[in-house]
Design a protein. Structure first.
Length: 357
């Protein structure tokens, strides 16, 4: 009998001898005892604060439940409970901060939401006074991000198609490695460096001036590597059998890519593209360098400074008055809603244009 079989047999014998399981109220009881003990330790020891008390309570709960389970159920079931508890704890540790941010954003941002806030600009409104809105910044964000999407997503998808479908063939490998290297480097470039590059190259050298178009170019550069890498991974997931079946029917490579490969990976491509859009929509540093601030509506992205939601939010927070802070929370909530709306629209389009299952 092997060592594994011996261990399994011993575990089964141990479980059979014990023949008991923890009652349903064991976990709540252990949790309650852990919380009370953690609160007592918070009062009697230097361990204080919500975070410290919560960590101590979790550790006490895991220890109490595991010890109880070893005593009643045996080591095998105790290890299983410990692993299950660790998975649940990791999930909560990841989700609770996100939920906290979301609840705080909704609770504070909803107070600034009104018809006036969504349909007026900050022209003639001082930081200390109530009123005003983000209409000018909303228009700017939609135009800047829209132009960046029109530039970055087609270029990124085409670059990913080249790397996956053509880059492995002789004659293309060297150039494909160079493209991949540039994409990797661009992924780690800070956004402020991109903004400085666009400001130097377009605003100062070419005389384009600070405008929404310059901001869109900076956002395009930031989006490109994310779009390329996400699309590349999704295209590699497509089974080679689908390509081979298409080639066997006499379908040329370009039509196989358009009609088979891309529709199959459409869901992942859309998800990666929307992650890039979400990053671009929230960037502030490149916008401050390329378009700066404006308190009036400027619907022309090629002429003059143009406001955006991130720069509007930065300006209101910098003012640090109660009215401006409320407007900043409202702008943050609107920005999240805009990104969510774009994501849902893209997912709907992906479902209607992708492969029907």
């Amino acid at each position: 009998m092997s060592r594994v079989e011996t261990y399994a047999t011993a575990a089964l014998v141990e479980d059979a001898l014990r023949g008991q399981r923890l009652p349903g109220w064991a976990a709540p009881a252990a949790a309650g005892l852990a919380v009370m003990t953690a609160l007592l330790l918070a009062v009697a020891t230097p361990v204080d604060g919500v975070a410290g008390t919560a960590v101590v309570a979790v550790l006490l709960f895991v220890g109490l439940q595991t010890a109880w389970s070893v005593r009643v159920e045996g080591r095998r079931h105790a290890v299983d409970r410990l692993a299950t508890t660790a998975v649940h704890a990791a999930f909560l540790a990841a989700v609770l901060p996100l939920l906290s941010v979301l609840v705080t954003l909704i609770a504070k941002g909803i107070r600034a939401m009104s018809g006036e806030f969504l349909t007026t600009s900050m022209r003639g409104v001082s930081p200390t006074s109530a009123g005003g809105g983000l209409y000018h910044a909303l228009i700017g964000t939609l135009e800047q991000v829209g132009i960046a999407v029109l530039l970055a997503i087609p270029l990124g998808v085409l670059a990913a198609i080249y790397l996956v479908e053509y880059g492995q063939h002789a004659g293309h490998r060297g150039f494909a490695r160079a493209v991949g290297f540039v994409v990797d480097v661009m992924t780690g470039v800070p956004s402020v460096v991109v903004g400085l590059f666009v400001y130097t190259a377009l605003v100062l050298t070419l005389g384009l001036g600070r405008s929404g178009l310059a901001a869109s170019v900076a956002l395009t550069i930031l989006m490109l590597p994310m779009v390329v890498r996400s699309c590349e991974e999704m295209l590699r997931v497509v089974p080679d059998e689908l390509r081979e079946a298409s080639y066997a029917l006499g379908v040329p490579r370009w039509r196989t890519i358009v009609r088979v490969v891309v529709p199959t990976a459409m869901g992942g491509i859309v998800t990666g593209a929307m992650l890039a859009v979400a990053r671009a929509a929230g960037e502030t540093a490149p916008l401050l360098l390329t378009t700066f601030l404006s308190k009036s509506v400027n619907a022309d992205p090629t002429n003059g400074p143009q406001a955006a939601l991130p720069t509007f939010l930065w300006d209101q927070i910098a003012s640090s008055t109660p009215a401006s802070v409320d407007r900043a929370w409202g702008a943050a909530l609107v920005l999240v809603l805009v990104v969510t709306a774009l994501y849902l629209t893209a997912r709907i389009l992906a479902r209607t244009t992708g492969v029907k299952r």
